[in-house]
Write a protein that binds this ligand. Structure first.
Ligand code: SF4
Ligand code: SF4
Length: 457
């Protein structure tokens, strides 16, 4: 039995979450910074370290997202993300008040074969093969940000609700998977109340709130993956049956219902990308960085092919063999494909912590640029808050490797425990579950050693 602490028992928090002002207010605030990032990208200095679009998106926002928001608050970023804002406000013909009727769109139906996160997997990889360019060239970064907002608006015109967030956004895909680990969840208080509540206002909407824009029925929620924490159901549920809970880290990883191949691939892709990014951006091979940075198109094409091959074929093939070995060693009477999918969820803590370890290195080293850029976001010589002269100062450089090693070891232990508990769902005994965990632990240990080798040399 998982212990939970209901946060919405605090009346002030509940009132805040039910307010129609809160979410759009925060989205407008993030939209302002988003626009500044785009303007800085197009018209600001081309020096990445002096440009708001690079420093505040790829260092400050990224660090906030991966180190704090996702592990502790799950999809909280999706609550305030500005990207779907303009499209959603167009659909609703308003920003704050609840406009009457259903949100407007051309009501096209999203193809059934795309109702999964494969598009998000491929979208993430597409961004990843260009990432060295995106992370260092402000104008490319601005095009990516602008492209995402325009795509979200276009999809809002054709399709109802937040199709962009649910099926397309490459960032939303991994936030959803990693929010399985988060210590925050939105759930119904009593599923029985939902079963007998025939009008299902949380789905259809009512005068207090819109029907779930993420196409979720809160009464069935058992995992965080597809709830965007938009707070609409808190407003629309007339039975006051929606709650926000604190719960232990990694709770949803043990929920068997809803596991799927697209999510398993997402877990593998994220873990592999964390390793490859560490190798390309932090490793000692300058030539790999040049190839990734598109110094020559033919060399970049080789890099991109290798990057995709490792992500989509090599690592999944190794993990498939690992799952087959687990089946054989533990004599599990489950298809290898089932084990491949289920055990992939044990890679989620390792992947998330791998990304945190990777991020720690450049956040500690380059984070101080944010202080100067705050006063001069476009690199035009402004000094808005008097912080422009603050020099680049790496923060506690001696601490970075210690933090990385500690994080990776913690990630390894959590992942092994999750692998065992997933194995236990298929095994008849503890011994059988531990035997099944052995090959997966070998895979995880191999990944950890590769990270350590890359970080410690
Ligand atoms: S409106 Fe409330 S009680 Fe009714 S189905 Fe939705 S969450 Fe359950
Ligand atoms: S379940 Fe509720 S909070 Fe989650 S996306 Fe749907 S309406 Fe928003």
């Amino acid at each position: 039995m998982i212990s939970r602490f209901e946060l919405t028992r605090f009346w002030w928090l509940k009132s805040l979450l039910k307010s129609r002002l809160l979410q759009p207010g925060l989205m407008l605030l993030t939209l302002f910074f988003f626009v500044v990032a785009i303007v800085a990208g197009f018209f600001g200095t081309p020096a990445g370290s002096r440009n708001f679009g690079i420093i505040y998106v790829w260092i400050v926002w990224w660090a906030l997202l991966i180190i704090i928001l996702v592990p502790f608050f799950g999809r909280l970023w999706c609550t305030v993300c500005p990207i779907p804002g303009p499209g959603e406000w167009l659909q609703r013909r308003g920003i704050i008040r609840r406009t009457p009727g259903r949100p407007r769109s051309l009501r096209w139906r999203w193809p059934r074969y795309l109702r999964n996160i494969w598009l998000q997997n491929f979208g993430f990889l597409a961004v990843a093969i260009f990432s060295t360019v995106i992370l260092t060239r402000p104008n490319v970064s601005a095009w990516v940000l602008l492209g995402m907002i325009l795509l979200a608006v276009a999809l809002s015109i054709f399709y109802e609700n937040r199709v962009f967030c649910r099926y397309v956004c490459p960032v939303g895909g991994f936030i959803g998977l990693y929010s399985l680990t988060s210590t925050l969840e939105l759930r119904v208080k009593d599923t029985q109340v939902c079963k007998v509540h025939t009008t299902k206002d949380c789905v259809t909407g009512n005068a207090c709130g819109y029907g779930c824009p993420w196409l979720v029925f809160p009464g069935n929620l058992e995992r965080n993956t597809y709830c965007g924490l938009c707070t609409e159901c808190l407003k629309s549920c007339p039975k006051d049956n929606i709650v926000l809970n604190l719960r232990p880290f990694g709770t949803d990883l043990l929920v068997a219902k809803g596991r799927s191949l697209d999510e398993a691939y997402k877990a593998l892709i994220m873990l592999t990308c964390a390793l490859l990014y560490s190798a390309v951006l932090l490793g000692p091979w300058g030539w790999v960085k040049d190839w990734a940075n598109m110094v020559s198109l033919s060399q970049w094409a080789i890099y991109a092919t290798a990057f995709l091959g490792v992500n989509l074929l090599l690592v999944p093939a190794v993990f498939w063999l690992t799952s087959a070995a687990a089946r054989m060693v533990a004599r599990l009477e489950v298809p290898v494909k089932r084990l491949f999918i289920d055990y992939a969820y044990s890679l989620v803590p390792m992947g998330l912590i791998g990304w945190i370890a990777f991020s720690v290195s450049f956040v500690f080293v380059n984070g101080s640029y944010a202080i100067a850029v705050l006063s001069d976001p476009f690199g035009w010589g402004w000094n808005l808050f008097g912080t422009r002269p603050v020099p680049w100062t790496p923060l506690l450089p001696g601490l970075v490797p210690i933090l990385q090693v500690s994080l990776l070891l913690v990630g390894l232990v959590i992942s092994i425990v999750i692998a065992y508990r997933i194995g236990r769902q298929h095994a008849q005994s503890h011994t059988q579950a531990w035997l099944g965990t052995l090959p997966v632990s070998g895979f995880l240990a191999g990944i950890t050693l590769t990270f350590l080798w890359l970080y410690l040399g």
